[in-house]
Design a protein around this ligand. Structure first.
Ligand code: FAD
Ligand code: DLZ
Length: 509
């Protein structure tokens, strides 16, 4: 018995110290990487996202080969490619005589089920190893969740601060407070210096992939070019360093802001790299802390950024694995409407939605508030079926994998889980977008009108949403003031809101 392994590395496992490689041996084992149609089309991913993942996979395979691994790499257009992980592992087992299959746990339930089925199918041991790029294991999260009535991110985050020692002075939070979110809500002004994320130039490997994606995925959403994502660790690190030097100092202040024509503001645009394995999240947080300790960035920026990574990112992953597979079917508000066509075309008179969808088409990127408070809030208020909203987000963003996208969409954004993730729905009238952006200035709708043909549709939709969902939401203590305002409105005013919303939604269909 040689214990020879077939090590499968998936497209979001591009880390040289991934657990599946940690116990492997160069001179004994074979690394398998496969480009498969099933992964490129189970939702119709943005073309930039497909190009990013395939190019990053090819570069990673070349790096592994250069460091002495035997890599068996199957390209999407290889003649015999069967188009699925299962089919490609089956073929690989004919090429390589191995004693076991080894793989780091995948980020999606669907893929985990597939891997679990291989033990019987191939009559071989299949080791599914912990993904230790995450700081909290699935078991540790389940333990944390087991004795709590409410799974609030803030308490999980404090435990992660203690566990990692990030921004801690002894057993106290640095600066005396755990959370500086209240300082992070300034609207942006267009005369501020705007940093740009570092843009990489496509090399020959990327150019081949761009040709392939251009040929094969012409009918998918999104612009393929200009393509500027980093596809190697080295380039991703350069993008990280640019962010730390130029954007991080103002990340906190303007975290929630939106500006027409500014796709990135002070956000890092590092999520595609972190999620694919090109950047290590803990290392990144340590660098952010060092920037604060050396006086280069304020505490509200460092804390805000670190909270997103060791707090939200780890927390949503914990929720995903704790609640799947039923989580994906959640629809507490019984929302049934189809996703409007304009989510794919950007063809709408609502300036905020047009801006975010158009940017998403160009960049395969939108920052958190754009996702949450524009496309997310609109879908919530309009009562779009959560599954369709989920599939849209999973398809259109370069950083989207189900473990992170699903809880953010179904839970945080659509309240489809009834409040597991957030204590109240992210419902807002046009006022929020007007306060945090300049989109309303150039919009054909008037944010100050509440009802009627000229009024911002978010306004009537907001009250219609509250009215429609009273049975589920009225008892929510955080919505008490909202329902008191609704109750104080005259019957006529309430009717106006309902009728305006109704007219708009009919038109939408
Ligand atoms: P920054 O604003 O610079 O934040 C730094 C990092 O923190 C991000 O790179 C990311 O790794 C992490 N982060 C921030 N917020 C979250 C969060 N809520 N959950 C998990 N990690 C977070 N994030 C994804 O990585 N993939 C997704 O598919 C995804 N889908 C989303 C869908 C919806 C409806 C919403 C509301 C949010 C979603 N997010 C998702 C979270 C967040 O919007 C993105 O992580 C962020 O916009 C990525 O851009 P950035 O790298 O510039 O982030
Ligand atoms: C997203 C994606 C795409 C588009 N293509 C591939 C691929 O061809 N091969 C691969 O190994 N992975 C790909 N991925 C990432 C997988 O979908 C991801 O690894 C699983 O969903 C588990 O998170």
């Amino acid at each position: 018995m040689t214990d020879k392994r077939l090590i499968l590395i998936l497209g979001d496992q591009l880390s040289p110290d991934i657990s599946s490689l940690a116990e492997a041996q160069h001179d004994r084992d074979v690394v398998l990487m496969v480009e498969v149609a099933e992964e490129t089309t189970y939702v119709r991913h943005h073309r930039k996202k497909i190009a990013f993942i395939l190019s990053a996979m090819r570069h990673f395979a070349a790096d592994l080969t250069a460091s002495g691994w035997h890599v068996d790499y199957v390209k999407l257009d290889d003649d015999a490619n069967t188009g699925s992980f299962t089919g490609e592992v089956e073929r690989a087992l004919k090429r390589h005589e191995v004693d076991r299959i080894s793989v780091t746990e995948p980020g999606e339930w669907r893929v985990r089920e597939m891997l679990e089925s291989w033990r019987d199918r191939f009559d071989l041991p299949v080791d599914i190893l912990n993904d230790d790029r995450f700081l909290c294991t699935r078991d540790a999260f389940a333990d944390w969740a087991s004795d709590r009535k409410q799974l609030r991110m803030e308490y999980f985050y404090r435990d992660m601060r203690r566990q990692t020692g990030l921004l801690m002075d002894g057993d106290k939070p640095a600066g005396g407070k755990w959370n500086y979110d209240k300082d992070n809500r300034k609207p942006a002004e267009s005369d501020l210096f705007m940093p740009r994320p570092r843009q990489a130039r496509p090399d020959a490997i990327t150019q081949d992939v761009l040709d392939l994606v251009g040929d094969r995925f012409g009918d998918h959403f999104g612009d393929l070019e200009p393509f500027w994502f980093a596809v190697t660790r080295e380039k991703a690190e350069q993008a990280r360093d640019r962010f730390l030097a130029e954007a991080l100092p103002r990340f906190g202040d303007y975290q929630d802001a939106m500006l027409t024509g500014e796709d990135f503001l002070y956000h890092s645009v590092l999520s595609p790299y972190i999620n694919a394995g090109l950047l290590d999240p803990l290392d990144l947080c340590r660098r952010v802390e060092a920037a604060w300790r050396s006086g280069d960035v304020p505490l509200n920026a460092a804390e805000g950024f670190i909270r997103q990574i060791i707090g939200w990112r780890e927390y949503v992953r914990g929720i995903y694995w704790l609640k799947m597979p039923d989580y994906a079917k959640a629809n507490v508000l019984d929302a049934r409407r189809d996703l409007p066509e304009f989510y794919w075309t950007g063809d709408t008179d609502m300036a905020c939605l047009h801006a975010v969808i158009d940017q998403t088409r160009r960049q395969a990127y939108a920052h958190h508030i754009q996702r949450l408070m524009v496309t997310g809030t609109f879908a919530l208020l309009a009562g779009i079926e959560p599954r369709q909203v989920h599939e849209w987000y999973l398809a259109v963003y370069a950083d989207a994998y189900e473990w992170v996208e699903l809880p953010n969409t179904l839970g945080m954004s659509q309240f489809a889980d009834g409040g597991l993730l957030g204590s109240k729905p992210y419902a807002a009238s046009g006022n929020y977008i007007n306060r945090m952006s300049d989109h309303c200035d150039g919009c054909r709708f008037d944010v100050n009108q509440k009802t009627g043909e000229e009024a911002c549709p978010f306004n009537a939709l907001y009250w219609d949403f509250m009215d429609r969902n009273q049975d589920t939401l009225r008892g929510n203590p955080r919505l008490g003031p909202v329902y008191r305002t609704w109750d104080r409105m005259s019957d006529e005013k309430q009717r106006d809101h309902r009728e305006s919303a109704d007219r708009f939604l009919k038109h939408l269909a």
